[in-house]
Design a protein around this ligand. Sequence first.
Ligand code: GRF
Length: 207
Amino acid sequence: MSKRIAVLCSGGGTNLQAILDAVDAGEIDGQVVLVLANASRAFALERARAHGIEALFVSRKQAGSDAAFNDRILEHLLRVRADLVVLAGYLPIVGPQVVRAFEHRILNIHPALIPAFCGPGMYGHHVHQAVLDYGAKISGATVHFVDEQVDHGCIVMQESVPVLQDDDADALAARVLQVEHRILPRSVALFCAGKLRVDGRRVFVVQ
Ligand code: GRF
């Protein structure tokens, strides 16, 4: 049974696009049934519309509180009968009611090698600048299941990239983004194929 995937975004949606392209290429046994953004002008919504997929803006401001905002998000996830939720460049913290409703069914992509350079405030360029400032020699990207702590859930997949001597945050971000576009669709494909097995903090790919 093809899995129903909901994707949450905040920005340009290049990770969403990588998932859409993988679905179109037959690499994912699933279909994106909803793209939900917390920013009305997120280009990710345009990418959804171009694919004939429901593109929904949910306003944190109109909701009035984090709890009400996440209640609205949960309502939509249940309405579309999502089997999997993917946070693809999604900045808000997912509320506990959503995490509990979708335990081990929410995937997040983080642009560093967790447990390094992650946690509150570590998103986008802040991550890559912190890697450069620290003098790290490798960075990379991580796909993990979402739990009730920020960037803490068990790790599904990681891939590293070198930090080059003349890198600035933009150059490193671009190199890491290429990895994101590989490991996120692959992780979604493994989930949809039922090949991910969680044992405590460890995630195994079953053959
Ligand atoms: C990128 O910085 C990526 O590292 C992170 O979210 C940002 C935007 O991604 N995951 P996208 O282009 O909106 O998918």
